[in-house]
Design a protein around this ligand. Sequence first.
Ligand SMILES: NC(=O)c1ccc[n+]([C@@H]2O[C@H](COP(=O)([O-])OP(=O)(O)OC[C@H]3O[C@@H](n4cnc5c(N)ncnc54)[C@H](OP(=O)(O)O)[C@@H]3O)[C@@H](O)[C@H]2O)c1
Length: 250
Amino acid sequence: MSSKKRIVIIGATSAMAEHCARLWSQKQAVDLVLVGRDAQRLERVASDLRVRSPESGLQTVVAQFLDPAAIDATVGQIFASGGVDIVLIAHGSLPDQADGQENLQACREALEVNGISPVLYAEAFAKRMAKADSGCIALIGSVAGDRGRKSNYIYGAAKGLVTRYAEGLQHRFAGSGVKVVLIKPGPTETPMTSHLKAKGAKLASVESVAGQIVDGVAAGKACIYAPRKWWLIMMVIRHLPAFVFNKINI
Ligand SMILES: NC(=O)c1ccc[n+]([C@@H]2O[C@H](COP(=O)([O-])OP(=O)(O)OC[C@H]3O[C@@H](n4cnc5c(N)ncnc54)[C@H](OP(=O)(O)O)[C@@H]3O)[C@@H](O)[C@H]2O)c1
């Protein structure tokens, strides 16, 4: 039996997740299980990590992201080959808000990939970690989930679902050996935001956000705003009265 920490990453081809994997495997040798929807993209991430951390174990798993039975089976197979110390649930996509307002199929897909799918994965890990009374479930939500805004409320609603879900999971596991960490990144430079960067948006570096995620998970924080200033920004936005908020173009 390996004594290395076993870390599973769902949505392992995400830039944020890939940088977290680099940091985890650079601190010490770890056993990484990289889960994604595309074998080639997963292998590209795995090959890079193998070079960076030759002592780390690396496994790739191509999986389904919406089918509950398939998700349960994937997570069951991962546990069949050993316990899990940390799972980082990272996948997501930033939908076009205007498209979602016109096209209900696009709206549904955005809600499913950003809201339902992460919750199904987290539940599949939660029931197995509950039995072991150990493990950490880290979910990437977003500052967008803190208050619905006209510019991205479909994505925000899905991330808000993840927020409320993580709160409940934290309540369920309070005082137990299972930790639940909710990560709320602000706008960060990754492929997801390349169109925003082209428009001149100010974005945090993916390296700094990944650093905060890895440190926050190690500290067992309940909620990580990354960069930290977004805690204050969103606290103000959450508390603005509607008569002020409705006049702001955000
Ligand atoms: N970047 C930001 O500004 C920002 C801000 C707040 C929150 N977030 C959240 O941070 C997390 C990581 O995002 P990122 O910035 O690292 O973006 P990214 O590099 O674009 O990665 C997105 C990830 O989601 C996967 N994905 C996208 N659509 C999918 C689908 N329909 N089914 C399954 N997997 C799908 C992608 O898989 P493929 O490689 O196979 O496409 C990839 O692994 C996401 O949950 C995102 O919502 C990002």
